[in-house]
Write a new protein. Structure first.
Length: 130
């Protein structure tokens, strides 16, 4: 069975011609997380394991609030991603850009959310299971 995540990116410049790029990322497995993070959480552990070399695409998002996502440790993380409310972080393997989770396999995620309302952390990842 294969899984496809379809990404659509667009840019609409003032007075210019809008540009849109839509492309699918397909592989044999996916890892999806939708987790409510309580306000005032410091390095809340979210169970997740990923072999970085097998990742094909990554989509991280929080609609409501800024949050910080660390990999493998809250104290000495392999990678730190600062998510801004309503702004998705998108990575895809064939772009040549560095994986935001760095080059170290993920053993767990550590999420920090300042005091206030709860917020939902969303992750979508297409991976090669072979």
């Amino acid at each position: 069975m294969s899984f496809t995540h379809t990404y659509t990116l667009s840019c609409s410049p003032s007075g210019g011609v809008p540009l849109t790029s839509t492309y699918p990322v397909t592989s044999g497995a996916e890892v999806n997380i939708s987790e409510v993070i309580p306000g005032a959480s410091a390095d809340l552990v979210v169970a997740c394991t990923l072999k970085v070399s097998k990742m094909q695409s990554l989509y991280l998002y929080c609609a409501d609030r800024d949050m910080t996502v660390k990999t493998n440790s809250g104290v000495s993380p392999a990678a730190t991603v600062n998510l801004k409310a309503g702004k998705a972080l998108v990575w895809e393997a064939t772009t040549g850009q560095a994986n935001p989770f760095a080059a170290v396999d993920v053993t767990a995620l550590y999420v920090t959310l300042a005091a206030g309302a709860n917020a939902t952390f969303e992750m979508r990842c297409v991976v090669d299971p072979t």
